[in-house]
Design a protein around this ligand. Structure first.
Ligand code: KDG
Length: 350
């Protein structure tokens, strides 16, 4: 074989060998590269998640935890955009956004949800839950799941119950220590007929209003007071526009982590499992954050100059008796059977 021919054959062999390695490398990794490629450059889904509370509230910190888990577990296939302080609208608007597909997640209290699924008002019955532990067991149990399932008829998916917390009264007029002290106070309530009727029974002049309008209404004096958990009262800076706070603890308010049903149905089974698990893991984190600082918030409010009035057991008992007829009326409307099962679940959880 001449030198020329040998060099040609050697070169050809080298080229063919490299080409073969190259193609086997491509074949070897093609599938992996292909799947990685689809994750990073393929159809990335975006979750636009909006809430009413501000970015200091445990609700927002819980939402950031949800974002962290979902983006990690889906390897970037799902991205979560977070919006706080009503940037995407008030609770009703954000729930409608989910129904119409312009937003994918919101986390309202059960009270505004009752305008879409009336049965949710049962969780706003005054003095229903004795403490957070019983609330967790009932909400995370069969009767809580039963109510979440009813959301699907409204094109909503309820993935978990988070915690707003025990609601307490603030006002700018006077110390409220007993039922008599509610007389004539213009109290902003959530947009929920049960809340309105309960405060009317106590002698107040309640007015329904979106959460996004509340601070300005107190600042302008169009309402005398409102009721919310200590975390909200402190972190939304209501002490700047309210003089008095009473530890009425009159309602334990859950949040519901809502997802648009059309968005949820468009996820793969694996992605559905990831968002479900993330909402539950972030729930536990959010509840813990909410409870850790709750006692501190009341102290902070006093340090900010608010007058704190402690409600005695007797006075709280009197408030319960006054609102009982309202509870009985709504129990009939919601369905006595469901209400009885909620009370039974509370009994079993104690
Ligand atoms: O988005 C947060 C609101 O749903 C929640 O804060 C509702 O407690 C509430 C209120 O008073 O409107």
């Amino acid at each position: 074989m001449t030198k020329k021919l040998f060099s040609f054959v050697l070169g050809l062999t080298l080229v063919l060998t490299l080409a073969a390695c190259g193609s086997s490398e491509t074949t070897g990794n093609e599938e992996t590269e292909g799947s990685n490629e689809s994750a990073s450059n393929g159809d990335v889904k975006t979750i636009r998640a909006g809430i009413g509370l501000n970015d200091e509230h445990p609700q927002y910190k819980g939402l950031l935890k949800f974002k962290e888990i979902v983006e990690a577990e889906t390897d970037g296939q799902i991205e979560v955009e977070t919006y706080h302080s009503g940037q995407l609208g008030d609770d009703r608007t954000m729930m409608e956004n989910l129904q119409f597909g312009s937003q994918e997640v919101t986390i309202p209290s059960t009270a505004p949800i009752a305008n879409f699924v009336p049965e949710f008002s049962v969780f706003d019955f005054p003095f229903l839950f004795p403490n957070e532990e019983v609330a967790d067991e009932v909400l995370d149990g069969p009767v809580g799941d039963e109510l979440l399932e009813k959301l699907e008829d409204q094109d909503l998916v309820g993935l978990a119950y988070w915690e707003n917390g025990f609601r307490n009264l603030t006002n700018d007029k006077r110390a409220v220590a007993s039922a008599d002290d509610f007389d004539g106070l213009v109290i902003r309530t959530m947009e929920n007929d049960l809340h309105l009727d309960a405060f009317k029974a106590l002698g107040a002049s309640p007015t329904p209003m979106a959460f996004t309008e509340l601070y300005a209404a107190m600042q302008q004096g169009t309402v005398d007071g409102q009721e919310n958990p200590f975390a909200t009262i402190y972190l939304q800076k209501y002490h700047e526009v309210q003089k008095h706070v009473s530890d009425t603890n009159h309602v334990y308010s859950p949040f519901v982590f809502l997802m648009s049903k059309s968005f949820y149905d468009g996820l793969t089974e694996e992605q559905q499992e990831i968002v479900r698990e993330a909402a539950l893991e972030a729930r536990d984190y959010q509840r813990e954050l909410n409870r850790e600082a709750n006692a501190q918030y009341l102290q902070d409010l006093e340090e900010e100059g608010m007058t704190v009035t402690r409600i005695s057991d007797e006075d709280r008992e009197e408030m319960k008796n006054i609102v009982q007829p309202v509870i009985d009326e709504y129990a009939e409307e919601i369905g006595q059977d469901l209400v009885d099962r909620v009370y039974e679940a509370i009994e079993n959880a104690q």
